[in-house]
Ligand binder design. Sequence first.
Ligand code: GLY
Length: 476
Amino acid sequence: KMNLMSGNRVLVVDAGGRGNAIAHAFARSGSVERVYVAPGNAGSEMMDKCRLAAIEGKVPRSISELLAFVKKERIDLTFVGPEGYLSEGIVDIFQEDGQRILGPKREAAVLENSKCQTKDLLKKLSVPVPPCQNFSDPQEAKEYVQQRCSEEPGRGLVVKADGLAAGKGSIICTTPEEAASAIERIMVSPRLFGGAGDRIEIEDRLEGRELMFFALSDGHTVQAMQSALDYKQAFSPDESVAIRLFNKLAGNPNQDNNPNTGGMGGFSPHPWLDEELTERIMKKIALPTVRGFKESSGQEYRGVIYFGLMISEDREPAVLEINVRLGDPEAEVILPRLQTDFYQLSMAVVDGRLDELPLQWSDDFCLGICAISGRAIKPLSSTGPERPGYPGEHYTNMPINGLERVDPEVIVYHNGTAWGTDSAGNRRLYTTGGRVFTLVARGKSLAEARAKAYENIKRVRFNGMRYRKDIGLRYI
Ligand code: GLY
């Protein structure tokens, strides 16, 4: 097909740093002439070939606006980043209109948006999961906690809201009292995650090490992707003073709890995901899940599938959760290492020809540091209490300085930025979110990538900017 070769136009649907990284991957393809991003951010326009999507000066956001954009601009392929659009059925709607789009359909997005249904399916398929049960009645859930904890005193439990909760829907409990309180807060009052907590899943807390595993599926062929070691907690373990201050300002009862975030950085390749473990995960988890999903639903799973796993001491994996997309910030350190042409690869997934295109990766290391909106000097315009910073309440609309001093070979993927005008009339970049940007450096070794990343991030500043100082440190 001639149109595979050159001059193709792509739309990436994503607002964050992951979207910048996906757009950048497409832009590196010789087959691609233009990459549009929607809703995107200021970083979406800073890479070669990349532009923010707009119809009559307005950024398309709803599925119908995105579809109108795709038709007007004669887009050849749409790639969807976040789970929300997938759960709303963007893939079904685009396909009904004859558009090429990469991502799972609405029915497949259930693997992320219902933890209860997913665990039921995995159990049926004999894919390993922790011992777990679903509940829609809080009283029955509390009785289960009592029973589980009397069988084995000291057992840890995880209480999870069934639905989408922006990655915050899991509460780890070390006592039956904590688990009962989590059930109450999710299901009864204050209903921490709204309707997502109408049902819950309670699972045993397994021992081991957590691992994110990414694979690409066209419905028949499943290929393992490379992974990243990620840093979920907001602070490094030695920042006890900062952790206490955060919890005090956030009004959290547990002063020593290091809060979870969507991610504070990471690096790829993953230091202990070797070939043997990859094969084991493919055989015991990824392949049976994709094939079993097809047998039980009649539908092919097309797109990225992302398993949150616990790996036991004897290297046995169990599925804690499934996501139907790439991770953010994992994509920012994984995708720059992909050598396979991303447009050709995406077309192979959409057309069910993934077997023709083996994934090839650079041996380089990529290390990414997320700069987040931390505790800031309070703006004069602000009244009210001091804000603890991301992942809690934080200020936005802070001007960002120094991005022009970053080395040209170091990549800055933007998570939350926008252009604005300062009081002197100068066009400047401003922060718009908790995570602001992910700076990614590359090296022949992890130490080289790490040194480059930390040297460069020091050149950038905004009021309240904070980042973890220990990304990759234990592994160099
Ligand atoms: N970084 C975790 C996620 O994207 O879900």
